[in-house]
Design a protein around this ligand. Structure first.
Ligand code: TYD
Length: 141
């Protein structure tokens, strides 16, 4: 899996004098079926979250409030995304390592996920992930 498949999704915005409204529709703004939603909040300053990759899971990560950085890594290339808009989602496919840091005070990170929580789907060791990516690219050449 390459970083090329990771991208920002601009979600619809309905703006009026009462404020902004953004919505997300399965099959329209996310290609996967949304099977789970979770969110990170009350994150202490300097904390780092993530530090894993998924075998099959796909996600859309949104800064619902405040800001944070998502570092994506496909085993070869690393790219840092700064998320600070409630109408932007970062699509992260399977087999991409992610780290989340630089949380602003009061920020909320919401994640739409394609699968229920399953610890067996995680790579939590970067070296194991990198080795699995290497095996995959060897097989496909
Ligand atoms: P973890 O995946 O380490 O969180 P992060 O991606 O933010 O670093 O999950 C932290 C704990 O929460 C871990 O014990 C698993 C549990 N958990 C669930 O029970 N359900 C979930 O949907 C998620 C994402 C985590």
């Amino acid at each position: 899996m390459s970083l090329d498949r990771c991208h920002l999704v601009t979600l619809p915005r309905v703006h009026d004098a009462r404020g902004n409204l953004t919505f997300i529709e399965g099959g329209s703004h996310v290609d996967f079926e949304i099977r789970r939603v979770y969110y990170l909040y009350d994150v202490p300053g300097g904390a780092e979250r993530g530090g894993h990759a998924h075998r099959d899971l796909q996600q859309l990560i949104i800064a619902m409030s405040g800001s944070f950085d998502v570092v994506l890594d496909d085993g070869n290339i690393r790219q840092r995304f700064h998320l600070n808009r409630s109408y932007l989602g970062l699509f992260v496919p399977e087999m991409i390592w992610r780290e989340i840091d630089n949380f602003s005070s009061g920020s909320v990170c919401m994640v739409l996920a394609s699968e229920h929580y399953d610890e067996a789907d995680y790579f939590r060791d970067y070296e194991v992930f990198a080795a699995a990516v290497g095996d995959e690219s060897t097989r496909s050449t």
